[in-house]
Design a protein around this ligand. Structure first.
Ligand code: IPM
Ligand code: MG
Length: 360
């Protein structure tokens, strides 16, 4: 198969973790005889430095031409004071929108080898296996009006959380389809006791549920959900929620997995004529400027994102499983990065990548 992949390393540890993920992709292509074509592009702070904008047109063109895009991370501390429009993050939000990847799949599972890496009791996290489906191209991240307005003596900031029925329907359908191939349970998370977008969210999710009589649906308010994730994580199978709630809850999910460095994600849009999903694949973690350039970031989130790409964009289930098995083997070997609190000396980013490559 021809695999035409765009790599957007981005900022901070993004370049380090994508380097390892690319090695893994190359190994898979070699072993399973696929023809891999890689191109690289600029996104985020590095793109601002080189072109003056966080999402250059050339990156957009390359992403639209590629079969799938692998991204590292964006964000640099030097832009902390910049307005949202001029920040590296704007590039990430822009490419999500351009590709139309409205469903962000963030699997959260516990690994036996990492139970001690989580600050939570082993018995509580053991057996956790859920997918957070985060709506990715709507809600308060994109709503208008937005801005900071000087108004005489007072300053006022405004953001808008807006959802349409069709935006909710398509992401809800994605969640129910996923649940069908899992434990057949969807938990929809909202704040319908206070906000209207959540009331519409809940109403539409209930309507969509009628198309999936074999899948059970329940609802949680987001504040309660934050608590249930820690109290009883095994109760979750597929969790579907709007953009900002999903952003917040998935970082909480990272505690269950042992480290945010473990979490991969797949952002999926509609199917292409070929039947493949348009996809943007990125680890859940950020650019971690504090450890950038030190070869100590955990590359498993990026490597897991490669597995997700193989599965969703290319339908290569066997290849995806080979990557996930290799990750598990390396985890069991105990040669992992410092964030996973290994009993021996921590492995470097590139050592972990090399170990995964040789386990495939
Ligand atoms: C994430 C990140 C991004 C988001 C930031 C970097 C814009 O936190 O992917 O979870 O909020 O979506
Ligand atoms: Mg986040």
């Amino acid at each position: 198969m021809k695999l035409n992949v765009l790599i957007l390393p981005g900022d901070g540890i993004g370049a380090e973790v994508t380097r390892e993920a690319v090695k893994v992709l190359q190994r898979v292509a070699e072993k399973f005889h696929h023809q891999l074509t890689l191109t690289e592009g600029l996104l985020g702070g590095i793109a601002i430095h080189k072109t003056g904008t966080p999402l250059p047109q050339e990156t957009i063109d390359r992403a639209l031409a590629a079969d799938a895009t692998l991204m590292g991370a964006v964000g640099l501390p030097e832009f902390d004071q910049a307005p949202p429009e001029k920040r590296p993050e704007k590039g990430l939000l822009g490419i999500r929108k351009v590709l139309g990847v409205y469903a962000n799949l963030r699997p959260v599972r516990s690994y036996k080898a990492l139970l001690d890496s989580s600050p939570l009791k082993n018995a509580l996290v053991d057996g956790t296996d859920m997918i957070i489906v985060r709506e990715l191209t709507g809600g308060i991240y994109y709503g208008t009006p937005r801005g900071i307005y000087e108004n005489g003596a007072e300053t006022r900031a405004v953001n808008t959380m807006a959802y349409t029925r069709s935006e909710i329907e398509r992401v809800a359908r994605m969640a129910f389809h996923l649940a069908r191939n899992r434990r057949k349970k969807v938990t929809s998370v909202d704040k319908s006791n206070v906000i209207e977008t959540s009331q519409l969210w809940r109403r539409v999710v209930i309507e969509v549920a009628a198309e999936f009589p074999d899948v059970a649906l329940d609802h949680l308010l987001v504040d309660n959900c934050a608590m249930q994730l820690i109290l009883n994580p095994r109760r979750f199978d597929v969790l579907v929620t709007e953009n900002m709630f999903g952003d917040i809850l998935s970082d909480e999910g990272a505690v269950l997995a042992g480290s945010i460095g473990m979490l991969p994600s797949a952002s999926i849009g509609d199917r292409k004529p070929s039947g493949a999903w348009v996809g943007l694949y990125e680890p859940v973690h950020g650019s971690a400027p504090d450890i950038a350039g030190q070869n100590k970031a955990n590359p498993f989130g990026a490597i897991g994102s490669v597995a997700a790409m193989l599965e969703y964009s290319f339908g290569l289930k066997e290849e995806a499983a080979a990557v996930n098995r290799a990750v598990e083997a390396v985890l069991n070997s105990g040669r992992v990065t410092a964030d996973l609190k290994p009993s021996g000396p921590p492995a470097s980013t590139s050592e972990v990548g090399d170990a995964v490559v040789s386990a495939i």
